[in-house]
Write a protein that binds this ligand. Sequence first.
Ligand code: SAH
Ligand code: SF4
Ligand code: F3S
Length: 442
Amino acid sequence: MNENKQLYYKIITYGCQMNEHDAEILAGQLQELGYAPTDEEVAADLVILVTCAVREHAEQRVYGKIGELYRLKQANPNLILAVGGCMSQQSEVAKKMRRRFPYLDIIFGTHNLAEFPDLLRAAQVSQETVLELWEEAGAIKEALPRVRQDGLKAWTTIMYGCNNFCTYCIVPYVRGRERSRRPENILAEIENLVAQGYQEVTLLGQNVNSYGKDLDREYDFADLLRAVNETGIQRIRFMTSHPKDISPRLIEAMADCSHVMEHLHLPVQAGSNRILRAMNRRYTRERYLELVQEIRAAIPDICLTTDVIVGFPGETDEDFADTLSLMEIVRYDAAFTFAYSPRGGTPAARMLDQVPEVVSKERLQRLNALQTRISLERNQQLVGTEQEILVEGPSKNDPGKLTGRTRGNKLVHFVGEPQLAGQLVHVRITAAQTWNLFGELI
Ligand code: SAH
Ligand code: SF4
Ligand code: F3S
């Protein structure tokens, strides 16, 4: 092999922003090793899949992709194929992948990301799959090299892992216990983003409201939001918030901080107390609705979004009707809706009264129809209002127009000069569809 040949990598990411974040760190490490990115799988010397295990559908897509990559491997025996992320972190799944796809060069978990360069060196000399998983997360590693995907909006992970063990969810098993980054490291990262011209940051964690509980001093998410508000970044978002951990201090901080956007993603998962208990969510329907009222009282024009699961084991027609009625009462701006998918090793997967798939599918359709109507109505209410928009660039569907997002995170299309990209502008909303708003510059 020619020592001086430029090597190329391609990373394919599934799942949530935690994986996007991990992919940025992998990219940073590879670029330090001299690799360059490519969009073309056929041109790559290294392909990495960063996988998601949250639902079966996500896993099926990954298996399909690994199968497809076999042809590339046959055409180019020097190609290195690596599979990381949340599927690989489960040792039974990792071993199954090694058996089923012996041509994989590297299988690695979520906790040993920083070791990837070592695994790559090992794979270059090994005939067999290099499989390396750490059971536990080590100490948080700061200052890993990284390559961000966007120049305007950035993700900053403020904590890793989850302690909640909702009974359906695989995340605590594949991402470990909650670990908070130190505030000074987070703030330094955001100040650096500001210096590079970033306008927006999204603070990430599976449950940001429990940020700081593991720090050696009294410092919580409300303190962090107030501090980030002073960094000079224009727009601050965060996700995800667990309803059981939203404190009055946090609502106050959101209302006080002018750079914190009027948007809250507050997954409810179900509207029936019986199901919420079986899910181990640790709030009731009544408490959730009260919380929504408290938030709306403090921040009247807040946009609320949520996640909902239908067909959780034991969910009856009555339970499902409770979910529909909760959606009618709250009137979310948008909802991510899922049919329950049993995950090996979680308590819910062992529950006896699993709901047949046809029933879940039918409920999902009804839920989506309801939410589509509400989302449209919520958007129609914005017609005539003035909105602050962060301009992202030319619209993908209509290149004559620009797109940007409101403070509530809604997509707006409007006519404007391309050089407005990256700036905050004001528009008046002139028309609304379910997932899009249209406006004109003021
Ligand atoms: N930490 C976040 C996100 C977790 S995963 C939170 O707590 O909200 C994102 C969403 O996937 C969850 O909110 C849930 O609605 C959904 N989800 C998780 N496990 C699932 C499963 N086994 N079946 C179907 N949906 C699931
Ligand atoms: Fe999963 Fe629940 Fe943790 Fe969210 S809070 S990641 S749904 S266990
Ligand atoms: Fe999927 Fe892992 Fe995120 S399971 S949703 S990629 S934490």
